[in-house]
Design a protein around this ligand. Structure first.
Ligand code: ADP
Ligand code: F6P
Length: 324
């Protein structure tokens, strides 16, 4: 029989992502609507272990849907990777009457959520990461805003790159995943798109491409490089030496994680946050929420963590074809 949940906790963990606040707001308001009490845990698993726990009501989440970052704060916490840390976390939940938990974060955070579920706390994971690298879902909270932020920044670099007839290497985030690079590469019309999942480290091919484009009159050459490949600055030096064309590296960095969330991130995060509260109210546990095949769905956490995800081959092929 499903365990009855009376009080839920909510935490955000790992890298922040625009839309996390919309998810918090929805989970809080829907849980209260379902007759549950809600506590916010500040600074992720670190805050849980330090008992940074505050009561939340529907007013606690007023005026946040449009704000980037996370009002609960986030952190990385190595202690929570240990069995002792996880037992302590569950014990603190019980001490505060928390019998359900919403964890908003990436797949690292899901492992912590899985540990809490195993300790008897009903736990639901929400995909909060700009990287889009969670296998069970085609959408993660923050990706849409991040790619739009990066796309606009890359357009600006392109303006100055064309004026100076330079080559530009622009490095985007994504940890080991190339989704941000793929989307921006296509959306910005880049001449080269380097993804960690696909890059063959054939720099000569890039150099030949730059020289050929220049011969045909192209004034700029934009290379989108994924963080998982990195080394943009040294790559720029080598390319400049080989082509004789001024080459600059721009690492977009943390600006990609900030800013007011897009409509899509606000909407999807709101549905997902409410969905998590509904699952908890129904006694569900050990589930993660995703958007797949055109609908919001929940998956068994263990299964979700064994799923793998790859750059769609056709999308990759088109990205390469259009950049030539
Ligand atoms: P993300 O959630 O964005 O993938 P991390 O991988 O840094 O980010 O994970 C966030 C936090 O989740 C970690 O700091 C840690 O507290 C917790 N975590 C990560 N991996 C595990 C694990 N294997 N077991 C328990 N907790 C984990
Ligand atoms: O997971 C989101 C992300 O921004 C990655 O793209 C990046 O590799 C990482 O977090 C950076 O993490 P930190 O904030 O710990 O530097």
């Amino acid at each position: 029989m499903a365990k009855e949940v009376r009080t839920i906790g909510i935490l955000t963990s790992g890298g922040d992502a625009p839309g996390m606040n919309a998810a918090i707001r929805a989970a809080v308001r829907r849980a209260i609507g379902n007759g549950l009490k809600v506590k916010g845990i500040q600074r992720g698993y670190m805050g849980l272990l330090n008992e940074e726990i505050v009561d939340m009501d529907k007013h606690s989440v007023s005026d946040i849907i449009q704000r980037g970052g996370t009002i609960l704060g986030t952190a990385r916490c190595s202690e929570f990777r240990t069995a002792e840390g996880q037992e302590k976390g569950a014990e603190i939940c019980r001490k505060h009457g928390i019998d359900g938990m919403v964890v908003i974060g990436g797949d690292g955070s899901y492992r912590g959520a899985q540990a809490l579920a195993r300790q008897g706390i009903n736990t639901i994971g929400l995909p909060g990461t700009i990287d889009l690298d969670i296998a069970c879902t085609d959408y993660t909270i923050g990706f849409d805003t991040a790619v739009n932020t990066a796309m606009q920044a890359i357009d600006k670099v392109r303006d100055t790159s064309s004026s100076h007839e330079r080559c530009s290497i622009i490095e985007v985030m994504g940890r080991n995943a190339g989704y941000i690079a793929l989307w921006c590469g296509v959306a910005n019309g880049a001449e080269d798109i380097l993804l960690p999942e696909k890059y063959d480290y054939n720099e000569q091919r890039i150099i030949d491409n730059i020289i050929s484009n220049r011969k045909h009159g192209k004034k700029h050459h934009i290379i989108i490089n994924a963080e998982g490949i990195g080394h943009s600055t040294s790559m720029a030096r080598r390319i400049e030496a080989a082509t004789g064309i001024e080459t600059r590296a721009t690492i977009l960095g943390y600006m990609q994680r900030g800013g007011s969330p897009s409509c899509k991130d606000r909407f999807y995060a709101s549905i997902m946050g409410a969905f998590a509260a509904d699952i908890l109210a129904a006694g569900g546990t050990n589930r993660v929420i995703g958007y797949r095949d055109g609908k919001f769905q929940d998956f068994d956490m263990e299964e979700a963590l064994t799923m793998t995800k790859e750059i769609p081959e056709y999308q990759f092929e088109i990205s390469q074809a259009l950049s030539r």
